[in-house]
Ligand binder design. Structure first.
Ligand code: 4AD
Ligand code: MG
Length: 456
């Protein structure tokens, strides 16, 4: 079975040849003696028109097929110089794999993204979601290729953990259930001997591997029980977390910028049709913006300076910007969309609003942190140089009410050959939103888990 994309890419190999294609019917049109079926096979936007006539053995049955039906066609690919599509298939045989009932929800009309979320099991058959999930797959590939080309070691960090990396307490608890009689009993304490959660970040674990391999990364699912019902928060999302040894915050930002530019270039090169589609139908100006991004340097600004800029505009914010408070979405958007109009690193945040592991700056008030903010999405990367000084780290843990004993292995890294090191986390879905122009995180995750949403 040949993919439609392959027919388009290497047309000359297939014209006037017998081929077999398979897909789902997008539209049907017929008369007494012949008909047209338009199918899509998910490899590409372009549909493939199938022409058939009463020379096929199941003409009557095929004439009655409805949208959504899965079929396999064998026939000859012929050029159609006067039609809008370059070729079509003259069917010799149409095998019906699975019929579709007439109440198929994806009839030939435009549906809102809101509606399509309610049929997340069918939406990958639409042009938009077909493109989104092909690009999502490609971005994952690009990310692995980027790190592999640079000899990073891919580390699989655990999903079940006993620690809270970000210290925000917004975790999903893992419970172990056992059946006793007709009751389900919580046996969690018996199993692990302590409370366990789904990981919010693989960072603490991956840091240990950076202290052995130098450059490492994790790429896996993470979970956060943030009760924020926004367009950019999900309870389950994927994160890419590189960690580099013998490196500082500057090196960290260089890596982040190179990585993001690499991914964008990769997608522009390998999914030009999808990117044009997003530019035409989802986010006008997307291609110009991304082309600018890969060809210019990201901006850098300290948190303190950012607050100064924001305060000049405080009248327009719901939450007034103030030194010591975290940046709100409206602040992030103002900085990237009004002030810089490009990706910008905000560095050196107050220690009190950041995690315990970030390296304390000489001013004693800020830490060597960086967030990368981008227009349209806001924060897509959060990273830092890590505190490698044992005593200061212990003090920071005390300040954050963390139990030293729980983190003995993390502290060990500072005892046995600790080095300067840094890393960051890229939110995979936010990166996809940024690159495709999709504006809701629910539309870049196959089966999104958000507040009040667990249908599929
Ligand atoms: O800024 P965060 O919380 O950083 C960390 O977890 C660090 N441990 C990373 C590191 O240094 N290794 O999260 C990193 C990124 C954010 O910038 C954001 O893009 C994404 O993860 N993210 C979310 N994406 C979707 N839904 C959520 N609820 C997210 N929370 C964070
Ligand atoms: Mg963050």
């Amino acid at each position: 079975i040949i993919k439609v994309k392959e027919l388009y890419r290497n047309k000359a190999n297939f014209i006037n040849k017998k081929i077999e294609v398979a897909g789902w019917i997008r539209s049907v049109r017929g008369s007494k003696t012949f008909g047209f079926l338009v199918i899509n096979d998910g490899s590409f936007f372009e549909n493939l028109q199938i022409v058939y006539d009463d020379s096929i053995n199941n003409f009557e049955e095929v004439s009655k097929l409805s949208v959504g039906t899965a079929i396999i066609i064998s026939g000859t690919l012929v050029e159609t110089p006067n039609a809008k599509q370059p070729f079509e298939v003259k069917a010799e045989n149409i095998h019906i794999e699975g019929k579709s009932s007439p109440d198929y929800p994806l009839q030939k009309k435009r549906h809102s993204f809101e509606y399509l979320r309610t049929i997340a099991h069918l939406r990958p058959r639409t042009n938009t979601f077909s493109a989104v999930f092909r690009v999502r797959s490609l971005i994952a590939y690009a990310i692995h290729q980027f790190f592999m080309e640079r000899n990073f070691v891919y580390v699989h960090t655990p999903i079940i953990t006993g620690s809270d990396c970000e210290g925000a307490g917004e975790m999903f608890r893992v419970t172990t259930l056992d059946i006793e009689g007709d009751k389900k009993v919580d046996k969690s304490k018996d199993f692990f001997g302590k409370e366990t959660n789904l990981t919010v970040s693989g960072q603490l674990n991956v840091e240990t591997y950076a202290m052995a391999f130098g450059n490492v990364y994790t790429f896996g699912p993470t979970f956060r029980a943030e009760n924020s019902n926004t367009t950019r928060h999900a309870a389950e999302f994927w994160m890419i977390e590189p960690e580099i040894a013998f490196a500082d915050l500057e090196d960290d930002m260089i890596l982040a910028e190179e990585m993001l530019k690499y991914i964008i270039n990769f997608v522009l090169e390998n999914a030009p049709e999808e990117m044009k589609f997003f530019n035409d139908f989802v986010d006008k100006g997307l291609l110009d913006r991304l082309n600018n991004v890969v060809n210019s340097e990201f901006k850098k600004i300290t948190y303190t300076k950012a607050i100064e800029i924001l305060q000049e505009n405080n009248d327009n914010f719901d939450y007034k910007a103030e030194w010591g408070n975290d940046l709100q979405t409206e602040h992030e958007r103002y900085l990237t969309e009004n002030v810089f109009k490009c990706p910008v690193f905000v560095t050196d945040y107050p220690k009190d609003i950041k995690a315990f592991y970030m390296r304390l700056n000489d001013d004693g008030k800020t830490v060597a942190a960086m967030d990368l903010l981008v227009p349209g999405v806001g924060e897509i990367i959060g990273g830092s140089q890590r505190e490698e000084r044992y005593n200061i780290l212990v003090q920071r843990m005390k300040d954050c009410s963390l139990n030293e004993e729980d983190y003995w292995w993390y502290l060990d890294l500072r005892k046995y050959g600790g080095t300067r090191h840094a890393g960051f986390g890229l939110g995979f879905e936010r990166a996809i939103m940024y690159i495709t122009g999709m504006s809701n995180i629910r539309d870049v995750i196959a089966f999104p888990r958000t507040v009040n949403n667990l249908e599929f």
